[in-house]
Design a protein around this ligand. Structure first.
Ligand SMILES: C[S@@+](CC[C@H](N)C(=O)[O-])C[C@H]1O[C@@H](n2cnc3c(N)ncnc32)[C@H](O)[C@@H]1O
Ligand code: SF4
Length: 388
């Protein structure tokens, strides 16, 4: 695989409040150490970049946590460092995750001035009772305010793309509620929607409430019905599914996430961040930073990396990862790229294993792509197991 890095992920772990369902690497801090975190991010970038070869960067993603709490100056400083070290390709995609509400989203126009081209905002729902059930800090009015701001930044060309995250299958939610949420969000002219079914992650407050019978467990059948309904709800707005959970207008799929899903290398820095880099003697190196922000901060203050995962990835593992993400894409898994990166033998062996699925009509193949037919998406996991 081409070893030049074109994608960078920066994790900002702080939130004003921890939502009951969330299992991401986040920390609720009374006072957020914005400047200290920036200095440590720049140190980690320097350390990790030392041994890497870069191509002009195609995408950068500031994810969280709530990176919109970091401030435009910190984002500009990271982009400035990346520009000096690697440079940017023409029209790079530079995404900032933001939470709704003036306090959490900050000044989105100032972020655009700092270099952000795409904002991804965690709307989750446009309904006060459901937002409370999800234990979110914002209400529907705050969500609408942020959506209106995004609509304005898109219409005036200050942002190229904007995404909203939506959570569906919350107990008590109906199909009509989902339609109302989707319409409420897309009326603001957003170019992208990520829709996730509510998952009960072990160890979260939500999991404890479900276990004690205080909250109903999300209904799998209802979530499957909603997943089936989403393409039809989004089509009138010009958005089409391109990944199981992701929908975009033509020209607006997330280039950064597509880089993950097509097995590209990427550099990642920050608390809990996971990266995938070239490694001599193996296909790649997967590493994961510690999720404990104090440990990570203390280590970086001493110019030490702070990982709790470091694993060489061989061709077998990479093949399985490519299947796992590639078959979630509507365009399918690129068999030509797979043969280029892993050899013709693997492509041929995969095509052989795909035969029963093709005969049953669960899989399709054309123009060098292998994909899952829409009716079989609910059985994606077992189909992948059959092909791995
Ligand atoms: C880790 S969050 C970061 C973005 C931002 N802080 C926010 O909350 O909007 C990324 C997205 O993951 C989704 N998510 C997190 N935990 C989830 C869960 N247990 N079930 C479904 N979706 C979840 C939410 O839609 C959320 O917007
Ligand atoms: S869902 Fe977003 S705001 Fe809520 S705790 Fe997780 S990262 Fe923070």
């Amino acid at each position: 695989m081409n070893p030049a890095i074109r994608h960078v992920y920066v994790h900002f772990p702080y939130c004003l409040h921890r939502c009951g369902y969330c299992d991401f690497a986040t920390t609720v801090a009374r006072v957020i150490p914005r400047e200290r975190y920036l200095q440590h991010i720049l140190t980690e970038l320097e350390m990790r970049a030392e041994s890497q070869q870069f191509a002009p960067l195609e995408t950068v993603f500031f994810g969280g946590g709530t990176p919109s709490l970091w401030g435009p100056a910190a984002i500009a400083a990271v982009l400035d460092w990346l520009n000096r070290r690697a440079g940017f390709a023409e029209a790079p995609e530079i995404t900032l995750e933001a939470n709704p509400g003036a306090l959490e989203s900050g000044d989105l126009a100032a972020y655009a001035t700092a270099g952000i081209t795409r904002v991804s905002v965690g709307i989750q729902a446009l309904h006060d009772a459901r937002l409370r059930a999800l234990d979110r800090l914002h209400d529907a009015a705050a969500a609408r305010q942020t959506l209106a701001q995004l609509g304005d930044l898109l219409a005036t060309g200050r942002l190229r793309s904007a995404n909203a995250d939506l959570i569906f299958g919350v107990p008590g939610q109906t199909l009509l509620d989902l339609r109302t949420d989707v319409a409420g969000i897309l009326d603001y002219g957003l170019s992208h929607l990520s829709a996730y079914s509510l998952t009960v992650e072990s160890g979260t407050p939500l999991a404890a409430q479900v276990k004690r019978g205080l909250v109903a467990r999300p209904d799998d059948d209802l979530q499957a019905t909603m997943l089936d309904a989403l393409p039809g709800l989004l089509a009138p707005y010009g958005l089409a599914r391109y990944e199981v959970s992701n929908y975009a207008r033509p020209g607006h799929p997330s280039r950064h996430n597509l880089a993950y899903w097509t097995g590209r290398y990427y550099l990642a820095v920050g608390v809990g961040a996971h990266g995938f880099l070239p490694e001599p003697g193996a296909l790649g190196l997967r590493y994961g930073n510690s999720r404990k922000h104090e440990r990570w901060m203390a280590a970086l203050a001493e110019r030490q990396l702070c990982e709790d995962l470091r694993e060489s990835i061989d061709a077998d593992q990479h093949h399985d990862e490519r299947l796992l993400t590639g078959l979630r894409l509507t365009a399918g898994l690129d068999l030509t790229a797979l043969a280029r990166d892993l050899g013709d033998d693997r492509r041929e062996a995969l095509e052989l294993r795909a035969r029963p699925g093709l005969e049953r009509g669960d899989l399709w193949r054309n123009d060098g792509y292998l994909g899952v037919t829409p009716h079989a998406l609910g059985r994606l996991d077992s189909l992948i197991a059959e092909l791995a």
